[in-house]
Design a protein around this ligand. Structure first.
Ligand SMILES: O=C(CO)[C@@H](O)[C@H](O)COP(=O)(O)O
Ligand SMILES: [Co+2]
Length: 228
């Protein structure tokens, strides 16, 4: 029996003039996690928000704070995100000169550590750190923006990561991020993902209704053969 599937809506697609209202809707729907995309304008073309904003949001909800750092050399900011209230911190393998050291620093700070892979990055890059991480984030779009289309080859990558995790009998989650919607989420779960990020698919429209539909789909997953 697989793990419970977690919905982690990406706040990047919220109406930033009404962030607290958006978070209230997610809480009302009992969404377990909130995906927070931190972008530095260097690794990715976009600039979003950082630890000071996350610290303010921490007062609004008890949801798991799932922080996705799209930042060069993120090891410089681990303590800032810990102090801001992050629970999970995911760094890009492409951003770390010393990936193992960065993962160790996240765990020593008392947070769960994730490693993210861009669509063009092979799974082999994480071979020697897989035993150290709590989560692998498979990017299913090129990072930087919400609202992009899911890249189909990501499914093959999810299957590959799942195989490695299961072969080694590891307790590692697979998060999938980018272009996930109610139509393709079944396939994403079937491939082996157990943390689902959805930005535009949750925040474009009725936030409560959209997130509830995702979570209902997760509960039904046994009936479509997607349960692992
Ligand atoms: O990390 C990123 C983009 O870089 C994501 O978290 C997106 O913000 C997800 O948004 P959708 O693709 O679901 O609209
Ligand atoms: Co993200």
């Amino acid at each position: 029996m697989g793990k419970e599937i977690i919905l982690s809506p990406s706040l990047l697609s919220v109406d930033f003039a009404h962030i607290a209202d958006g978070i209230k809707e997610l809480d009302r729907a009992e969404v377990p996690a909130l995906h927070l995309d931190v972008m530095d304008g260097a690794f990715v073309p976009n600039i979003s928000f950082g630890a000071p904003v996350i610290k303010c949001l921490r007062k609004e909800t008890n949801m798991i704070f799932d922080v996705h750092l799209m930042v060069e050399e993120p090891v410089r900011y681990i303590d800032d995100f810990k102090k801001a209230g992050a629970d999970w911190v995911t760094v890009h393998a492409e951003c770390c000169k010393h990936l193992h050291r960065t993962i160790t620093a996240i765990k020593e700070a008392g947070m769960k550590a994730g490693v993210a892979l861009n669509p063009a990055t092979p799974v082999s890059v994480i071979d020697y750190v897989l035993d150290e991480v709590d989560m692998v984030l498979v990017m299913s779009v090129n990072p930087g923006f919400g609202g992009q289309s899911f890249i189909p080859s990501s499914l093959r990558k999810i299957v590959e990561v799942r195989k490695l995790i299961d072969e080694r009998n590891l307790d590692v989650r697979i998060e999938v991020d980018g272009g996930v919607n109610l139509k393709n989420v079944g396939e994403v779960i079937k491939s082996g993902a157990d943390v689902i990020v959805a930005g535009s698919a949750v925040f474009n429209g009725d936030i409560y209704e959209n997130s509830t539909k995702f979570m209902e789909k997760f509960r039904e997953r046994g009936s479509d053969g997607a349960e692992r």
